[in-house]
Design a binder for this molecule. Structure first.
Ligand SMILES: [Zn+2]
Length: 184
């Protein structure tokens, strides 16, 4: 168990209770604890407060206010990085192949939204590294997509088509439609 894991478990076991640096030092290691608390707060969205945030706390006291995590999409990933990942993945969900104009399978009146997903979650030590990021649609992001998953090559082709101008996309569509009509 890393210092971060130990501190996370300790905070979660003491939610709502004031904990002191003395105990945190013991758990996380003398030099480690402050940095790890920052990571839990800034990278994992844990609601850990100190005297800086709350006047009823003394220096050296911390409280995990709730087990809820504050989602940090859009905080940790810069708009530039977000665009880079969207562009790289061709604005295409890397699980089901949906694009932002496709209907939400669970809410046909809406279109899916595209999210930047951490392949290895931040809570498990994942980072904002480009290799750890991918595009997912809102349905897959919530783990509720039941769309048949296209093969990797189909997804890659879809991604390339979505990057192409609208007119080219239409041309591809017409060509495929024609081919399938003829072979029907
Ligand atoms: Zn999807």
């Amino acid at each position: 168990m890393s210092a971060r894991d130990k501190l996370r478990s300790f905070f979660e076991a003491n939610v709502g209770r004031v904990v002191t640096t003395k105990r945190l030092r013991k758990i996380g290691g003398i030099s480690e604890y402050a940095r790890r608390i920052r990571e839990l707060r800034d990278h994992e969205g844990m609601q850990i407060r100190s005297h800086i945030d709350r006047h009823d706390l003394k220096p050296g006291e911390y409280v995990l206010e709730s087990l809820d995590r504050i989602p940090r999409i859009g905080q940790g990933i810069s708009p530039q990085l977000r665009n880079e990942i969207l562009e790289r993945n061709g604005y295409t969900c890397q699980l089901c192949g949906a694009g932002s104009k496709d209907p939400d399978p669970f809410n046909p009146n809406r279109t899916v939204r595209l999210h930047i997903d951490h392949i290895l979650p931040l809570s498990q030590g994942g980072t904002d590294d480009k290799d750890n990021l991918r595009v997912l649609c809102s349905a897959c992001n919530q783990g509720r997509s039941n769309i048949q998953t296209p093969t990797e090559s189909a997804r890659n082709i879809l991604a390339r088509i979505r990057k192409a101008p609208r007119a080219v996309q239409k041309e591809v569509f017409e060509a495929l439609k024609q081919a399938f009509e003829i072979n029907k």
